[in-house]
Design a protein around this ligand. Sequence first.
Ligand code: ACO
Length: 278
Amino acid sequence: MTTLSPKGTVAYDIIGRIAWLRFNRPEKRNCMSPTLNQEMGDALAELEFRDDVGVLVLSGEGTSWSAGMDLKEYFRETEPKGLGAVRQAQRESYGWWRRLRWYQKPTIAMVNGWCFGGGYGPLFACDLAFAAEEAQFGLSEINWGILPGGGATKVALELMPFRRAMYHAMMGETIDGTTAAQWGLVNEAMPLAALRDRVEEVAQVLLKKNPVALKATKDAIRRVGEMTYDNAEDYLVRAQEAANSFDNEGRHEGIRQFIDDKTYKPGLGTYDLEKRKA
Ligand code: ACO
């Protein structure tokens, strides 16, 4: 059963521990208005710690993933209200992207169509990203006269080599999903008709992993990039020790099922989470 946000800008279904969360303004190509940003923040808060959610997938209703910020509601109608309103709108959008970057559950962007400008914030916030070959990506800010803000410039340089990021930001051209995969914006691209099945397949793999280890791993990948090797080494020791305080038995069970039970090989798959509970 689909849950709709009060103003209908966001929708989600929970099916088999996968939360299928959607931008839900298809008639506006899912551009992000202040209302959508508030409602997306609320939806993420509702879903984050539920036991019936193990993976979150973010996609868009209709032909678009997200056409970026709502040029009318987010910019033109907010700016006349003054600096306080502008800062509030920024806090609300940047806020849900930040929450998504550090989300408790693994997250997957399922890019079904247009992805522009501000859309790069949630795209980067998701741990993994899969796109339709037919999808179109663009830093279109330059086309209407601003720089790629809201973190989009940072996202471009985090995900792409310098020359590609520079070209992408300066030229304002779109690239399709296949090129986005080659350039590193998404993990893989495939025909739109196959997209949901592939994302579900990946989600099913993640659902079988130790959730404490997954959260520690995804945070570590985001954190260590800006650390020296020695700092990263130390951080990773501390992060594992912190994870142990949430789930000290998980790794013991993982070793036990391999060494004693011989029921799986860690190099080739995951230990059985259910067995431990039994
Ligand atoms: N802000 C406000 N309204 C938008 C946006 C947006 N970002 N994107 C689409 N819409 C609206 C259109 O104004 C139109 O509204 P209307 O029906 O009331 O006239 C409706 O959504 C449908 O848009 P169309 O342009 O008719 O849809 P089409 O499928 O032909 O084109 C496309 C889709 C290419 C995404 C086009 O809408 C577009 O270029 N949108 C803007 C993309 C963009 O540059 N976003 C800003 C990035 S910069 C940033 O985010 C800071």
